[in-house]
Design a protein around this ligand. Structure first.
Ligand SMILES: [Zn+2]
Length: 212
């Protein structure tokens, strides 16, 4: 596979889509009207719209290593604000996945260079619940940290300015936490959906209680 091949494949793909759905690109170019904002991992095996069988244009996407939601990340915060204020998305999905390389890197003491700054937050999650993790074996630890990471990011998101403002302005916005299995292609709902500022802490504590 090389770069030239990508252009060939792009042409084939565009022709195929146009053949199957005449007018597809013309229609898509006129408006972007996604119902969902997806915050997921950059991992190439977790393509957002594909795994929920949605067309391009139906899901607004932000991805980074280990699906982090950090209030000092202007990239993520701008995406969230745009999705809420301009696209008027009502459902935000934070989706993690088992076997996440970012989460696994946080579980080792090895130095990874710059990425260590990024996964610092995941190491903190592990340290925060160290008693719980001490009772687990290596593979259970990795899986539970992937799940816990999603719950923590949903909680982080619920506490950001764009969400607080939106809820204050009576906007209907739900933040969901999902996790995806690389080995079976299936999504699992972690049932940590937050729909208001006042329920944020209650739902966070309940979700933690179910997990640890
Ligand atoms: Zn990942």
């Amino acid at each position: 596979m090389n770069i030239e091949k990508l252009f060939e494949q792009n042409k084939i793909w565009a022709e195929q889509i146009e053949h199957e759905h005449p007018g597809f690109f013309e229609e898509l170019s006129k408006q972007q009207n996604p119902k969902f904002l997806w915050i997921g991992c950059s991992d190439s095996r977790v393509p957002a719209n594909q795994i929920v069988n949605l067309k391009p244009g139906e899901v607004f996407v932000h991805r980074n290593i280990a699906n982090q939601v950090l209030s000092n990340d202007f990239n993520c915060m701008s995406v969230v604000q745009f999705a809420i204020e301009v696209l008027e998305v009502e459902d935000i999905i934070v989706c993690g996945h088992y076997g996440c390389g970012g989460v696994n890197a946080a579980l080792t003491r090895n130095a990874h260079g710059l990425v260590d700054y990024w996964i610092w937050n995941i190491r903190n999650i592990k340290n925060k619940y160290s008693d719980f993790f001490n009772s687990l074996n290596k593979s259970e630890t990795a899986d539970k940290l992937c799940e816990l990471n999603v719950i923590e990011q949903v909680h982080n998101l619920a506490n950001t300015k764009p969400l607080k403002e939106a809820w204050n302005n009576k906007k209907n916005i739900n933040i969901h936490g999902f996790i995806y299995g690389l080995n079976n292609g299936l999504l699992k709902n972690l049932n940590t959906t937050v729909s208001s500022e006042k329920d944020t802490e209650k739902i966070y504590q309940e979700s933690l209680g179910k997990l640890i």
